[in-house]
Design a protein around this ligand. Structure first.
Ligand SMILES: [Zn+2]
Length: 461
């Protein structure tokens, strides 16, 4: 009897222990979880300028967030950028906030920090009971460079004489490594490229004055360093006035009947539209879409000078239309449209072979709307040549061409009325007058002599 009683007591204690112990253990296991909070720091650059804002996302799925602390440290100096304690739902329950993000502003000078290396430290903890109720803690430290001084610019090239619709070259040096450097010409920005000279802070920037830009257009060198400090510098320049021709083009029914069906897929699907309406849609909308495609193709110029000497003109050809001819289109004696011709039309015998005007890499070789079969060659540092209305393309994208290599044959594709080559040149996304690049003297004065004057430390193959 006594042993039976004793046994049942033990059983009772055991059952009680299980009833309390299992859920209790389960609870403790949960409150002692060891998953650390997560931090996602979104800093644009490790270089800190005069003022920047960054976002910090923190999360803790299990116990919830307890505290977030962010500070900047430099040579024993410390500044608190952010310190927040998050609420708890009660001793047994953990935190109420599981994820949040903070916007943090840093202005080093306001905090009393001088330029130089510093540490951005982040500490975030949760409501776990680990580490004697201090919780799981995640630390991150990021090396940053405080740089509040704008870079200095030294313009190395002189005498920038630029024709309306023409090109120019600006060479400048920055006092420190920059993330961006180039030349602003009115509304257009021409990125500069390093890599031509041994000095990594010397930039070479081909620029252009668009055919529509006036001689009062402002030209300024603009740079920004890795911390986002920007600087501007003026330069000596002289812009030359140029008047472009007016040209009258008669659009005939014969031309429309011959050309419009080729565009059936690209132009309006409206079968009721007249041929003239379809022509206008092609001449306006498709022309603009084709330009966007060209600009896109010319966006990432190669930082290598592929070309040398004057550019080749289609051999034994006559000029049929000039750069920036202001064309007025007539149909049955009535004006229907106006467009500007962004290249030079050269006519030789039909299906003449077309040489690459200079060495470069093929970046586009395809049927391009109003331009028909088209090839674009990247000559490096933002200079491009374009060959349109070809009957045959003989090269592929990525192919390296030497000056004079045959890239296709002339033709009448696109909106061409007769067999000819439409030859264009561009500086980045601006069409320029090719005549300058056919002229060895112009190249000598405006490009080669400028590079030679800067001279020392020049890298050239
Ligand atoms: Zn043309």
């Amino acid at each position: 009897m006594r042993t039976d009683k004793k046994h049942s007591k033990i059983w009772l204690i055991a059952i009680l222990c299980l009833m309390i112990g299992v859920p209790g253990g389960w609870f403790l296991w949960g409150r002692l979880e060891k998953e650390k909070p997560a931090i996602n720091l979104n800093l644009h650059s490790s270089h800190l300028g005069r003022s920047q804002e960054f976002t910090l996302a923190v999360s803790d799925a299990k116990s919830g967030l307890r505290r977030l602390w962010v500070g900047l440290l430099k040579n024993g100096q410390e500044a608190v950028l952010y310190d927040e304690k998050f609420p708890s739902a009660g001793f047994f329950k953990g935190g109420t906030v599981h994820e949040t993000s903070a916007k943090i502003q840093i202005e080093p000078a306001v905090l009393g920090f001088a330029d130089g290396e510093a540490i951005l430290r982040t500490v975030v903890s949760d409501y776990s009971w680990r580490d004697w109720w201090k919780g799981n803690t995640t630390y991150t430290e990021k090396k940053v460079v405080i740089d509040t001084r704008p870079p200095e610019i030294e313009v190395l090239s002189r005498a920038h004489n630029i024709n309306r619709g023409g090109a120019g070259l600006v060479i400048f040096r920055t006092s420190e490594t920059c993330s961006q450097g180039g030349v602003q010409v009115g509304d257009s920005f021409y990125p500069g490229h390093t890599g031509f000279f041994n000095d990594p802070n010397v930039y070479l920037a081909f620029i252009a004055l668009g055919y529509q830009q006036g001689t009062d257009t402002a030209i300024v060198v603009k740079v920004a360093d890795l911390a986002g400090n920007d600087a501007k510098s003026g330069l000596n320049y002289h812009l030359r006035r140029k008047v472009f021709r007016q040209d009258r083009l008669n659009i005939t029914d014969g031309f429309l009947k011959q050309k419009i069906p080729n565009f059936s897929l690209q132009a309006s699907q409206d079968t009721n539209a007249s041929l003239v309406d379809k022509f206008l849609k092609i001449n306006r909308d498709l022309r603009e879409a084709n330009y966007q495609k060209i600009a896109e193709a010319c966006r990432n110029a190669d930082s290598k000078m592929h070309w040398q000497g004057k550019f080749l003109r289609l051999p034994k050809s006559a000029t049929r239309a000039k750069f920036a001819d202001h064309r007025v289109y007539f149909y049955k004696g009535k004006e229907i449209d106006r467009q500007v011709h962004m290249g030079i039309d050269l006519a030789s015998v039909a299906r003449s072979t077309v040489p690459a005007a200079n060495a470069g890499i093929v970046i586009l070789a395809e049927d391009l709307g109003i331009y028909g079969k088209t090839v674009i060659v990247d000559h490096g540092f933002g200079l491009f040549s374009m060959y349109a209305h070809l009957s045959l393309i003989g090269v592929k994208v990525g192919e390296q061409l030497s000056k004079g290599d045959i890239l296709g044959r002339t033709g009448v594709t696109g909106l061409a009325g007769g067999d000819h080559l439409h030859f264009s040149m561009l500086v980045h996304d601006t069409f320029i007058n090719p005549v300058e690049w056919w002229d060895a003297k112009w190249i000598q004065h405006n490009v080669v002599s400028k590079i030679e004057r800067v001279g020392t430390g020049m890298k050239r193959e």
